[in-house]
Design a protein around this ligand. Structure first.
Ligand SMILES: [Ca+2]
Ligand SMILES: [Ca+2]
Ligand SMILES: [Ca+2]
Ligand SMILES: [Ca+2]
Length: 273
């Protein structure tokens, strides 16, 4: 049975991981797996991998926040906030009894609480398909109103090669990044971000880590080592919460090599001239 796969938690910031598969060298990491997919999350560095049929697709996904008192964006991590708990669980035991869902709870000393939940659903073997559903709950547990900017930064390197990717905003709540083999789209189910930006991964990472206040600039497409970010500007009354719900879906690009046999090869060679 699956009981000892469930990873247990933290008491007063002390992490006790009971699953043998966890890597405890360096900062604790948690692995989710389902069907053809796996993803690794690091409590200090966010999501650090998403593999589909053994092919790496993601370089990093990180969340940042900026409170009224902060002079720049702050990485959501156990290093910058108190990690109140981490819980990995299996939600589809009949189909695949590995852990597929990860919940993490962070807080500061002034009533800000941020909970993240990731749920991985892989596709059938060699389908090139995978889905990651994400929910972020931001709570104001203080007695005063709170203003906050919350950022999601995502750096996919589709097919493990960053240089041939193209990213664009499709509409106010959907972005797509693709290369010749894969396409990732992310839909923000609710609520629509205040601001967005698509751009060079290193430049955007630097912007979020330079210790200065930055807002996303609205650039809506980029070719190369693509990354993208969303920004939500939030005002929370005492006791209020804000829930961000979104979904990332990876599919093979139509006509991609290695996924469609001879018909795919012919289409691909025609496309490439
Ligand atoms: Ca499972
Ligand atoms: Ca690529
Ligand atoms: Ca900055
Ligand atoms: Ca990239």
């Amino acid at each position: 049975m699956n009981i000892n796969r469930t990873i247990a938690l933290t008491i007063a910031g002390t992490i006790t991981a009971t699953a043998a598969s966890n890597t405890l060298a360096g900062s604790p990491q948690f692995t989710l797996a389902d069907a053809n997919s796996s993803a690794v999350f690091d409590i200090d560095n966010g999501q650090i991998s998403w593999d589909v049929d053994g092919t790496s697709q993601l370089f990093a996904q990180e969340f940042y926040f900026r409170r009224a008192s902060d002079q720049g964006e702050v990485l959501l991590s156990a290093a910058n906030l108190t990690l109140d708990g981490v819980f990995a669980s299996d939600t589809n035991s009949f189909r695949d009894n590995r852990n597929d869902t990860l919940a993490q709870l962070f807080s500061d000393n002034n009533g800000l609480q941020i909970e993240t939940v990731f749920s991985l659903r892989g596709g059938t073997d060699n389908s090139g398909r995978s889905d990651l559903a994400e929910q972020i709950i931001i709570r104001n547990l203080s007695n005063e109103s709170m203003s906050l900017s919350f950022f999601q930064f995502v750096n996919f390197d589709l097919g493990a090669d960053p240089g041939d990717d193209y990213g664009q905003i499709i509409n106010d709540n959907t972005i797509r990044q693709n290369d010749d083999d894969y396409s990732i789209s992310e839909t923000v189910v609710t609520p629509q971000p205040t601001l967005f930006q698509v751009g060079d991964a290193m430049d955007m990472y630097a912007m979020l880590n330079d210790g200065n206040i930055d807002d996303l600039d609205g650039t809506n497409s980029y070719q190369g080592d693509v990354a993208w970010a969303f920004q939500w500007n939030i005002n929370l009354q005492a006791g209020q919460s804000f829930i961000i719900s979104k979904d990332k879906s990876i599919v093979p690009t139509p006509g991609s090599l290695g996924l469609m046999g001879l018909a795919g090869l012919l289409v691909a060679s025609r496309r490439r001239g």
